[in-house]
Design a protein around this ligand. Structure first.
Ligand code: SF4
Ligand code: SF4
Length: 267
């Protein structure tokens, strides 16, 4: 922890960065995100086993970007998010100062995207055993059972959009959900509109989700949204041999065209 405090103090003092995105103590023993702008605030940084949130979502928030050069305490999910954001031309190499937080509490500096990519191929990017179990249950269902399951989950949605705000890949300046001329998706929380919102969001995340779980963690109604986007990872991997968030210059599988595409999905 002292190493982190020393490093961030130095980065702020020598103006390498203008703000550092890290973890701090929130209310009721909760950990929250903090934005450290000068060395007098550095002591507010904490790093414990509860600091698991993916902070990469803040890198594109207008309110944070306008402060100046950013530094971030990135866990594995945040690193993957950054690679995906880079491949979508949302961040550039050298634009963000990256300190990586390992699970053992040590901190490493990543000089460039290449070193992040080299690290990512050495780690397990899969999901937890609990999530695997839940996915296996979903996959064992018939299509009709799965449809009923998700409709029941989506009925609980109160359209607070915390899932969208927490997701590092939901960064459109104007989401389809907010367009009202024409109104593609009903605003009120009701069965049809909720289904529209969640199916639209899942399709926009197909092949882009880095399975960080932030959407599900943010949901006040405990809807396991990450399982839905996770289920779209496997088809993209097997069909296009693509995994989100591993390379800064990856080409997005669903936005390319190859003349020799098998096209065997067209009946
Ligand atoms: S798990 Fe959820 S929050 Fe994380 S990238 Fe996927 S859709 Fe976004
Ligand atoms: S966070 Fe949960 S309740 Fe809020 S919009 Fe997303 S799914 Fe609905």
């Amino acid at each position: 922890m002292n190493d982190l405090i020393k490093k961030v103090t130095q980065l702020l003092d020598d103006k390498t960065i203008n703000v550092f995105i890290g973890y701090g103590q929130g209310t009721a023993s909760r950990i929250r995100t903090i934005f450290v702008k000068n060395s007098s605030q550095v002591e507010n940084l904490v790093y414990t086993s509860d600091c698991t949130a993916n902070l990469a979502g803040y890198l594109l928030k207008h309110e944070v970007k306008k402060i100046g050069k950013l530094g971030i305490l990135a866990n594995d999910s945040a690193l993957r998010s950054m690679m995906q954001l880079a491949s979508e031309f949302q961040i550039k190499d050298g634009e963000v100062y990256v300190l990586h937080a390992a699970k053992d509490g040590s901190f490493t500096e990543f000089a460039d995207f290449q070193s992040i990519e080299a690290y990512l191929v050495t780690i397990d990017t899969g999901i937890t055993s609990d999530e695997q179990e839940r996915i296996a249950k979903l996959e064992a269902m018939t299509v009709k059972e799965r449809w009923i399951f998700w409709n029941k989950e989506f009925e609980k949605c109160i359209k607070c959009y915390a899932c969208r705000a927490a997701c590092p890949m939901c960064y459109c300046h104007r989401c389809t959900t907010d367009v009202n001329q024409p109104q593609w998706i009903p605003v009120a929380s009701h069965e049809q509109g909720n289904l529209d919102y969640h199916l639209m969001r899942a399709m926009h995340l197909a092949g882009r989700c880095v399975n960080c779980g932030e959407c599900a963690n943010a949901c006040p109604m405990d809807i396991p949204l990450n399982l839905l986007t996770y289920q779209l990872i496997a088809p993209i991997r097997t069909t296009f041999d693509a995994t989100a968030g591993m390379k800064a210059d990856a080409v997005y599988a669903l936005s390319t065209f190859k003349p020799d595409d098998k096209e065997n999905f067209i009946i």
